[in-house]
Design a protein around this ligand. Structure first.
Ligand code: F6R
Length: 369
């Protein structure tokens, strides 16, 4: 059942191109319009929503952080993202015009369930993004957009994460479509790109051998830092989470712009720092700023592991290790940038002799608060 792979996690990483394609299937018509029939929340409600609140835990929370960039950019509706475990206990402000999105692979996470119950009690509409048919979270929500990742067995979430991103992009584009906001060339370009993204993920998977070799060479390190900006920031958080849970290493993700506000003090000789570089096209200001960050940390001795688009030559002089990813529209970059980080964590865990599919102290679905 591991399909020839040593671990479920490896199998699930390899299944990502298909999982992504399956999640898109039937949801974009021939003219590039979104058809999300499952979103049974009436268009009037979606049109009148004045706030989106995303609640989730762990990896699903990281998907939510990325979704915020897409939702605000494409719909201009303010969007908050909150850890489900924090949300409910701080008396959040919700009303009939709040659209809550609960993201959960298992559909059974107690913190997320409690948060969505609280939201519904306040009159908010709740839409679940979920991978498990008929689980509790979709059953208790007003509507559900299923991710079609297939069963995820490894405790560490991989293909569920990529499909959560796809579902959130679809939802953001759909909200834009229903509300008639920003429905222009950019959105059409994104829809076209989404349709090909499974192939791009496949291309990334085909080039992972150097990442594995690099991971093995770092097996005796204690700390790895991750930096990113814009949607690359949640990708950095996700890379760090994977490393913690699988390799049991100290790993932290930072927003690159925060470096000088503290984290740069951590940089020392030979410290591995993974940097997720935004596209040099599009938001090129951010690209240039992160290139300066890479220079700064390298000047202080960091070993830089740079994840950058094909054709981005500006990073080359400062990358001790360069991992190439295909060029994508800025907001979609997490779909390709996360994959090397999953492979990196999985290989480091193996090199350190850890149980990849069943890390210590963790459970696949967290049904207690
Ligand atoms: C990390 C991981 C966890 C889950 C979190 C939420 O690899 O798997 O952080 O993402 O426990 O689980 P779901 O999505 O089932 O609500």
């Amino acid at each position: 059942e591991k399909g020839g792979y040593d671990y479920f996690m490896l199998k699930e990483i390899a299944e990502q191109p298909k999982a992504v394609a399956d999640t898109l299937l039937g949801r974009i018509d021939g003219s590039g319009r979104l058809t999300l029939d499952e979103v049974r929340i009436p268009d009037t409600v979606l049109r009148e929503a004045d706030k989106v609140v995303i609640i989730a835990c762990g990896t699903a929370f990281h998907a939510g952080l990325i979704a915020k960039y897409a939702i605000e950019h494409w719909t201009r509706i303010p969007c908050e993202v909150e850890l489900a475990s924090e949300f409910r206990y701080r008396d959040p402000i919700l009303g009939r015009r709040t659209l809550v999105i609960a993201i959960s692979q298992s559909g059974e996470t107690m913190d997320t369930l409690m948060a969505l119950r609280h939201a519904r009690e306040q009159g908010a509409k709740v839409l679940a993004v979920c991978n498990t048919n008929g689980s509790t979270i979709p059953r208790e929500s007003d509507a559900v957009l299923y991710t079609h990742a297939g069963p995820e067995v490894a405790v560490a979430s991989t293909k569920a994460f990529l499909t959560q991103l796809v579902a959130c992009y679809l939802l953001a584009l759909y909200l834009g479509q229903v509300r008639g906001t920003k429905w222009g060339d950019e959105i059409h370009a994104v829809v076209r790109e989404l349709a090909r993204i499974g192939d791009e993920v496949e291309r990334v998977l085909e080039t992972m051998e150097p990442v594995r070799a690099l991971a093995r060479s770092l097996a005796d390190k204690n700390t790895v830092l991750f930096l990113g900006r814009h949607v690359g920031y949640p990708v950095a958080l996700e890379g760090a989470l994977k490393l913690k849970e699988l390799a049991y290493m100290h790993a932290e993700g930072f927003a690159a712009g925060e470096l000088k506000h503290g984290p740069i003090a951590l940089i020392e000789e030979d410290l591995p720092v993974v940097v997720v570089v935004p596209s040099p096209r599009g938001r090129s200001v951010l690209h240039d700023k992160i290139v300066s960050n890479i220079q700064e940390i390298r000047a202080r001795g960091a070993r830089t592991i740079v994840i950058a688009e094909e054709g981005d030559e500006a990073v080359v002089p400062y990358a001790d290790h360069l991992v190439r990813i295909p060029a994508t529209p800025t907001l979609l970059q997490p779909l390709v940038a996360t994959v090397p980080l999953q492979v990196f964590a999985c290989e480091l865990a193996t090199a350190r002799g850890n149980e990849v599919d069943q890390p210590r102290n963790l459970a696949k679905s967290v049904t207690v608060e």
